[in-house]
Design a protein around this ligand. Structure first.
Ligand SMILES: [Zn+2]
Length: 220
């Protein structure tokens, strides 16, 4: 479906949405006191120490830039979703065509990081909603999923954050979010069970009793 079709009106939603979410990641009050560049330098120094303690020779050509690479990756990529300034701009459109069936966006890929072990959680998100007054650009469902994924996370919280934010944005209870993911902390340490996956869901409103939509959502 082309969301841009006949709509001339659009609305930009700001960060205020986050304030309504009681399921935020635990951050200390000075979380963003330093600029990103300062954070990268500080993390680089700490990682040099960690690699040295592990026993690696930081003069080695292949390794010497690793602390800087990790620092940049943390701040600019894999944990960039912690900083509200990186929240994607979400544009909504008036539902002028009065579309009122479930709309599903399936197999949205995401990579997050387990906050207990700092190893990847790799998965797919399925999202459904029934529009009220507004519809959302489909790519924004991808961007919003990845904004919340780019944090140290537990899958349950990630699921609820996406669900809650969409309910707030779209001003409807009719939202379903299902995530299926594999956790590095299961596959590469501990029980070392590769091939298992974890499914989490947050489903509300009319989507809850919609058997067809639920079967699609859980058909990951
Ligand atoms: Zn873990």
């Amino acid at each position: 479906m082309n969301i841009n079709g006949n709509n001339t009106e659009s609305f930009t939603i700001e960060n205020k949405n986050l304030k309504n979410i009681p399921i935020e990641n635990p951050l200390h009050k000075d979380a963003f006191a330093f600029d990103d560049e300062v954070k990268i330098q500080l993390i680089r120094q700490k990682f040099e120490e960690i690699l040295h303690i592990i026993g690696l020779d930081l003069k080695d050509d292949s390794i010497k830039e690793t602390p800087h690479r990790i620092a940049k990756m943390y701040i600019n990529e894999v944990f960039s979703g912690l900083n509200p300034k990186n929240r994607p701009e979400i544009t909504l459109f008036k539902n002028t065509y009065e579309y009122n069936s479930p709309l599903l966006e399936l197999n949205i890929p995401f990579t997050s990081f387990c906050e207990h072990h700092f190893v990847p959680i790799v998965g797919l998100a399925n999202i459904a909603y029934i529009p009220n007054e507004y519809v959302i650009g489909l790519s924004k469902l991808h961007r919003l999923t990845n904004y919340y994924a780019k944090r140290p996370q537990v899958q349950e919280r990630l699921t609820k954050q996406i669900h809650q934010d969409l309910k707030n944005l779209l001003k409807t209870e009719n939202v379903g979010v299902v995530l299926k993911a594999t956790h590095g902390c299961i596959s590469c340490r501990g029980v070392e069970d590769s091939g298992s996956s974890t499914i989490s869901s947050a489903i509300s409103g009319k989507i809850k009793d919609d058997v067809v939509t639920n079967s699609k959502l859980f058909g990951l």
